[in-house]
Design a protein around this ligand. Structure first.
Ligand SMILES: Cc1cc2nc3c(=O)[nH]c(=O)nc-3n(C[C@H](O)[C@H](O)[C@H](O)COP(=O)(O)OP(=O)(O)OC[C@H]3O[C@@H](n4cnc5c(N)ncnc54)[C@H](O)[C@@H]3O)c2cc1C
Length: 222
């Protein structure tokens, strides 16, 4: 662009699959970019041992992450700022300004915010009531002995990944999920290790007990 107002053509915040795709696409049309990522590129993919829904024949998240990271490192038009996060983004008529945690400020005509999503805690959702300070592990970090049953809060995609990644596990999953998650439970509905419990509300106690209120208003203990 050659305008000294700008440090680059495109600022991309977040180096997950979406941010990496953005810088590759930008490079394809000759745009320079700066990619800001506090961790490593595609860090979430390292948590997916078994993949079955991506193009290119990848069946392992870490292998896909390595391939994407290598491609980004080989993209001359992209400068990667690893170990930094964006602490502020301001949009103006003609530019976007991103301030990094280091205090450095970057300006470009365009920005893509690709900061993804993360696990929610019970306090973040209105369909669960839980004691203060209860912070259950995400499923991919949960520790459970073979033969035990895990109560899973919500019917999200990582459940299918967990089951595909552990085809021989004896762990059972009792999945309590709100109506909004119903469509995501399709892929696990037939798995014999899963019991699906649709709930309108779930109340968790300190001792691990859970009381579910079903969509029909009937209460039962889990
Ligand atoms: C256990 C598990 C299993 C999954 N299984 C599958 C599967 O089988 N198939 C599938 O398609 N999907 C699966 N997913 C979902 C998949 O990982 C996400 O859809 C995908 O990672 C989303 O990509 P993204 O780039 O939008 O966001 P993310 O991968 O979340 O990347 C966002 C990035 O933004 C960075 N970031 C956040 N805040 C800032 C900031 N302030 N400044 C700079 N950077 C920031 C983060 O460090 C992160 O690297 C799974 C997820 C998990 C956790």
């Amino acid at each position: 662009m050659g305008d000294t107002l700008y440090d680059t053509d495109l600022l991309v915040i977040g180096g997950g699959p979406a941010g990496c795709a953005a810088v590759r696409t930008a490079a394809g049309v000759g745009m320079r970019s700066v990619l800001v990522e506090p961790d490593r590129l595609c860090r979430n993919l390292y948590r997916i041992p078994a993949l079955d829904n991506v193009l290119g024949g990848h069946t392992s998240g870490p292998a896909l992450a390595d391939a994407v990271a290598a491609e980004i490192r080989g993209t001359d038009l992209c400068r990667v700022e690893l170990g930094r996060y964006a602490s502020e983004i301001r949009a103006y008529e003609d530019r976007v300004t991103v301030t990094l945690d280091s205090g450095a400020r970057l300006t470009a005509p365009y920005a893509v915010v690709a900061t993804g999503v993360g696990p929610l805690q019970p306090r973040d959702v209105d369909w669960i009531t839980a004691p203060d300070g209860l912070t259950p592990s995400p499923l991919w970090q949960a520790e459970a002995a073979e033969g035990r049953t895990l109560l899973v809060l919500g019917g999200d995609r990582p459940i299918g990944t967990f089951l595909r990644a552990h085809p021989d596990t004896g762990i059972r999953l009792l999945v309590a999920y709100p109506a909004a998650d119903a469509y995501k439970t399709e892929e696990i509905r037939e798995d014999p290790r899963v019991t699906l419990v649709p709930v309108a509300h779930l109340t968790l106690a300190d001792d691990g007990a859970a009381e579910a209120t079903g969509p029909d208003g009937v209460r039962h203990r889990l």
